[in-house]
Design a protein around this ligand. Structure first.
Ligand code: HEC
Length: 366
């Protein structure tokens, strides 16, 4: 960087209105070019010295790239920067520890996915530097069973080394990986929940952490993860697990008129100790009604279907044989919000629910 970058700007102070004033620089054009080149270099990571002499991926790197694709790493580390950061979603992939601190004064619910360009520049890795090597990112201590990075441990030592070889060769020359689709779901806590929830979407698995007093009576407190859908449609999912924060904690599928906490809706939910329930509110701010389904707890499949103005709730043990629990007629707006709902039924206490094989099917299919 040229040595006299600061000096030639003849500082004249700040004008009223905040505009900064300086005399046009007497800097040689060549130095301005060098400055421009330096500034744009801040946006790049350079070239990995671990690539083959001709700049291509090594054989291990090529094998590692194929694994990266088949392990679906790009569902979070996708796109030009190998991150879904611009989608705004945070992910809890088991790396958050008590020492990780808070985010904006709130509970740290997830970590922004880091770019994977430039990893060869050096250790340590992960937000708190817990991984001394790239390989250690995938150890059980940093990737507990069932979390996104743990899948690497199901591969052979050779494959794991190939994956790491690829990671260390992702430089400016590596093209963008397809797969970072913008997350189509919108999520929010509705009502005055006592603790903020979070949502993590990986393919068709949606993990929701939520608080909230209940979805019942005149107004609701819960976390809702939805997509708008016009016309007939079905939302279904397998509630794989649910934290038992209360006998009446609720996790299921909902069709709702709006994000107003008092909105009309119908839902089919699983509870830890009160079985499956089909519940609804027919008028804005009105009371709720209940129809009991089976006595099952998670894992259990739940479904809501809209056909015209008729909303029907159903449940299933296996996702193929369905039993209707009840139906109700509510003239919801077009589009209506089709989504997943979770309340811990213990306001201020967070419970976690894992939904698998979440499917939103237009035109009443499924
Ligand atoms: C569910 C989203 C998700 C998936 C899928 C995922 N990652 Fe990550 N990855 C993250 C997040 C979030 C972090 C940051 C974690 C932290 O810092 O605590 C991370 C961090 C990393 C890091 C450390 C980067 C650094 O600079 O510290 C590597 C390497 C990595 N991931 C590789 C992979 C590979 C390889 C796969 C596929 C097997 C994969 N990831 C799948 C979300 C994901």
């Amino acid at each position: 960087m040229p040595g006299n970058v600061r000096n030639p700007l003849d500082w004249l102070g700040v004008e009223t209105g905040g505009e900064m004033r300086y005399r046009p620089p007497a800097m040689p054009i060549l130095e301005l070019d060098a400055l421009a080149a330096y500034v744009s270099s801040l946006n790049t990571v350079g070239r990995s010295p671990l690539r083959a002499a001709d700049g291509a991926l090594t054989a291990d790197g090529v094998a590692g790239r194929a694994l990266f694709q088949s392990l679906d790493c790009a569902s979070c580390h996708g796109g030009a920067d190998f991150t879904d950061s611009t989608s705004g979603s945070l992910h809890d992939i088991g790396t958050i520890r008590a020492s990780s601190g808070k985010r904006l004064g709130q509970t740290l619910s997830g970590i922004d996915t880091p770019t994977l360009r430039g990893l060869w520049h050096g250790a340590p890795y992960l937000h708190d530097g817990a991984a001394a090597t790239l390989d250690a990112v995938f150890d059980a201590a940093n990737a507990p069973d069932g979390t996104a990075h743990a899948v690497v441990r199901s591969r052979s030592a050779t494959e794991r080394a190939q994956l790491v070889a690829f990671l260390r060769q992702i430089d400016d020359r590596e093209p963008a990986v397809p797969g970072a689709q913008p997350v189509p779901w919108t999520s929010a806590d509705l009502g005055a929940v006592g603790a903020a929830g979070s949502t993590a979407v990986v393919g068709s698995t949606v993990t929701i952490t939520a608080s909230g007093a209940d979805i019942w009576g005149a107004t609701d407190e819960f976390r809702f993860v939805w997509q708008p859908l016009t016309g007939d449609g079905t939302i279904q999912a397998r509630v794989a697990s649910q934290t038992d924060t209360s006998a009446w904690a609720k996790a299921g599928v909902m069709i709702r008129g709006s994000t107003n906490p008092q909105a009309r809706h119908a839902m089919t939910v699983v509870t830890p100790r009160n079985g499956v329930a089909f519940q609804r509110r027919l008028t804005l701010g009105g009371s709720s009604a209940h129809t009991a389904g089976s006595r099952s707890a998670a894992p259990r499949w739940v479904r809501m279907r809209r056909s015209g103005d008729v909303l029907t709730g159903a449940e299933s043990a296996d996702g193929s044989v369905w039993t209707d629990i009840g139906s109700v007629t509510i003239a919801l707006p077009q589009p209506a919000l089709f989504g997943l709902c979770v309340t811990s039924h213990a306001d201020g206490v967070l419970g976690t629910v894992v939904f698998e094989q979440v499917a939103l099917l237009p035109n009443g299919g499924g």
